[in-house]
Design a protein around this ligand. Structure first.
Ligand code: ADP
Ligand code: MG
Length: 697
């Protein structure tokens, strides 16, 4: 039996370049040692190992280019920018900078040779790199090319890609083969026929620094044996943590909630609609769970717009009626805000006090809210990860609702649940719109009972989806204008490179000013992850009120926006997103009785897979069907999509893509949790740390 603890514990602060401030940031991501750094896995790779001729580069791909600067000028259009034309004998292209200094412009003189790296986009027929990285080439001193593929890491504010690469390199230098215990035996690994990569140190090294000869296609699909080796281990760890939760809950007691429908009746009598029969069924399932003196642990799955929130509200009322406190945790501030306004509208007439807790509140305000929560003055607390912070003390916490559960780790849920510290445990309802096929969900989430709302509220007109290429952009803008003239509201969703939130926000800014210039009669709003929370709130509430007619947004609107008057959505570069994410986005329209449309505005040329996915989006509105297709296709788009939305609580695994491993995962996790509790703990510690910062948008 190999040792479970590393022979060498190397702390972060001994690594080059890591001081206390960075160590804190890394801690917040669940990284507390050099070894943890090695498990911070790349999202994807860039190929900087060869310089490409301009004539050969393709739209949407990243490339290293070398050429001679022919011209460099500031242009004043909708937005002041610096344009730099470069030529290499096979073609001409433009570098575009929105932010630049005078010194920078001075260095970019005609005749100078330059090497640049960036993502290629086709703009008005020409090829552009927007905000490329670049280096000037000194004559006689050719620049070296990268030896390995360059990893792109999931990140957080204040840690650049260059820094990640340096930290991870430093961690490898400080550790060796003996530093990383292999927790899975050959027997476990052979369960899914992948015993080639038992040595973790070299497996990880290859993942962080793959040679250019590696099969990038397989990599980008997440199907490389190296990735699958780690994905398997991660799934085993995750499932063990679910098994532990389940075991906990079987041993725990909870306060039984007797069926007293007083508040429920009052609430339903003012509701302007009837519950669907699926909603009624699920509510009955919940009521029967909580009537027992053991904790409920139920997963509620339902397509976007199926009406999960009302069911959660009705469940909450059962507890509030008994004087118990209820907590609703959502993954983003926008979603928490949205829930706050919904619940306030519903619960204020019942004199129930609802309050919000997010991390960025003014100190005095926060103190007050914490005090109201601790005293029980607040009956329903809505918030983000801030809800699990140490200083939050609840008052007779009886019920926890988790929205978009796939965005939270088990450890986060556990921390929240342990906020109730007497002999009783809380009841939990976790909700998700990510349609994982039922059997897969039940197998993997060993800790959960399962309910589904498989019926949409009546009166919804199905959304009609069309796909248009970017050549038709002006026609699409015309369409936006028409919709706004008819008093409708419109979403315009910008997607871009997932590792650069800054670039993504810039793209949205550029698009918003472009649209504002072309549509002078339309009120255009902009929301993205870089806005401060009050700004975000202001924009969202203007859109809610109809003051903003056209909302330009990055994928942050994916969850939690409910504006029935919005009947048109434009999604740019849909080929970059997975089916499930596209479906979630699209679900923001079609919420009223007006016929709604979704335009997928793609960039030509589409890959075969991209074409297929767009076609599927056009053909079906059913989230579960889409999920199954996603599963069958296992396309790179899906991999990208999950990562782009920040949806992945997994670092490398993807429950749907890796579905073929699930039987092996079940066998290995059952065996380990039954007979090797030490290995089980070590696996959880490795793969499921309490990371809280990944998904704060
Ligand atoms: P989701 O499942 O995506 O969280 P929501 O709970 O936000 O869905 O519901 C979407 C919209 O449908 C909301 O405006 C909600 O008020 C409305 N709704 C929910 N249930 C019904 C129903 N039974 N009949 C009509 N409208 C409903
Ligand atoms: Mg919802």
């Amino acid at each position: 039996m190999p040792p479970l603890t590393p022979t060498k514990m190397v702390s972060l602060s001994t690594l080059k370049g890591i001081g206390p401030a960075i160590a804190n940031k890394l801690n917040a991501l669940g990284i507390s040692s050099a070894m943890d750094l090695l498990f911070h896995l790349p999202l994807r790779y860039q190929d900087r190992t060869k310089v490409q001729p301009i004539g050969s580069i393709r739209n949407g791909y990243s490339a290293v280019i070398e050429g001679e600067i022919r011209a460099c000028d500031i242009v004043f259009g909708k937005r002041r920018s610096l344009l730099c034309k470069i030529q290499d004998g096979t073609g001409v292209m433009t570098l575009r900078f929105f932010h630049f200094s005078a010194a920078q412009k001075k260095g970019l003189v005609p005749g100078q040779m330059i090497r640049c790296y960036g993502e290629v986009s086709l703009v008005r027929g020409g090829i552009e790199l927007i905000h490329p990285e670049y280096q000037l080439i000194i004559p006689g001193q050719p620049l070296p090319t990268a030896e390995y593929l360059t990893a792109v890491y999931p990140s957080t504010d204040g840690i650049s890609q260059v820094r990640w690469r340096n930290y991870i390199k430093a961690a490898f230098d400080a550790l060796d083969e003996n530093s990383i215990p292999n927790l899975l035996s050959d027997k476990h690994l052979s369960l899914f026929d992948n015993k080639n990569f038992t040595d973790l140190y070299s497996t990880l090294k290859l993942l962080h620094f793959p040679p250019p000869t590696i099969d990038l296609e397989l990599f980008s699909e997440g199907m490389h044996p190296l990735q699958r080796r780690l994905a398997f281990e991660e799934l085993v760890a995750q499932r063990i943590s679910h098994l532990i939760l389940r075991k906990d809950s079987l041993q725990e007691s909870a306060i039984a909630i007797s069926d007293n429908s007083h508040l429920e009746q009052q609430f339903l009598s003012v509701l302007p609609f009837e519950l669907t029969s699926a909603q009624k069924r699920v509510l009955a399932e919940i009521k029967s769970d909580i009537a027992r003196p053991s904790p409920m642990l139920r997963l509620l799955q339902g397509d976007v717009g199926s009406g999960k929130t009302i069911v959660a509200a009705l469940a909450a009322l059962q507890f509030i009626q008994q004087g118990q406190q209820v907590v609703l945790m959502a993954p983003t501030e926008i979603l928490a805000e949205q829930h706050l306004s919904t619940f306030k509208e519903w619960f204020n007439t019942l004199s129930i006090s609802v309050n919000l807790l997010v991390s960025k509140l003014p100190a005095a305000e926060k103190r007050q809210r914490l005090a109201d929560i601790a005293s029980g003055q607040t009956q329903l607390v809505i918030g983000t990860h801030a809800l699990i912070q140490d200083q939050v003390v609840y008052h007779d916490l009886g019920f926890i609702i988790i929205d978009e559960q796939h965005r939270f780790g088990v450890e986060q849920r556990r921390t929240l649940k342990n906020k109730r510290d007497d002999i009783h445990s809380v009841h939990q309802l976790v909700m998700t719109a990510t349609p994982i096929p039922r059997t897969l969900a039940m197998t993997f989430y060993a800790d959960l009972d399962y309910s589904v709302i498989d019926e949409l509220p009546p009166g919804r007109t199905p959304i009609e989806t069309v796909a248009l290429s970017n050549d038709k952009r002006l026609e699409v803008i015309e369409r936006v204008s028409n919709a706004c003239q008819q008093g409708r509201q419109v979403y315009w969703i910008c997607t871009l490179i997932e590792d650069s939130e800054t670039l993504q926000c810039q793209a949205a800014e550029t698009t918003a000013s472009e649209l504002a210039a072309l549509l002078p009669d339309v009120n255009v709003g902009l929301v993205h992850g870089r806005l401060k929370s009050p700004q975000k709130q202001a924009v969202m509430s203007h859109f809610n009120d109809g003051d903003i007619q056209l909302l330009v947004a990055t994928t942050v609107v994916e969850v939690g926006v409910n504006v029935p008057n919005a009947s048109l959505m434009i999604i740019e570069n849909p080929e970059r997103l997975g089916l499930s994410q596209l479906h979630q986005l699209r679900g923001r329209v079609g919420r009223g009785s007006i016929k709604s449309h979704c335009v997928l505005l793609y960039q030509k040329p589409l890959s075969k897979n991209g074409k297929q996915r767009i076609e599927i989006m056009r053909m079906t509105n059913d989230g579960f069907k889409l999920a199954e297709k996603d599963l069958q296709m296992r396309g790179p788009g899906q991999v990208l999509g999950t990562q782009q939305s920040g949806a992945a609580i997994f670092r490398i695994a993807d429950l749907e893509r890796d579905a073929d491993m699930i039987d092996a995962v079940v066998q290995a996790s059952n065996a380990i949790s039954n007979s090797s509790p030490d290995v089980a703990n070590a696996l959880i510690k490795r793969w499921c740390p309490l990371a809280t910062n990944y998904i704060d948008v």
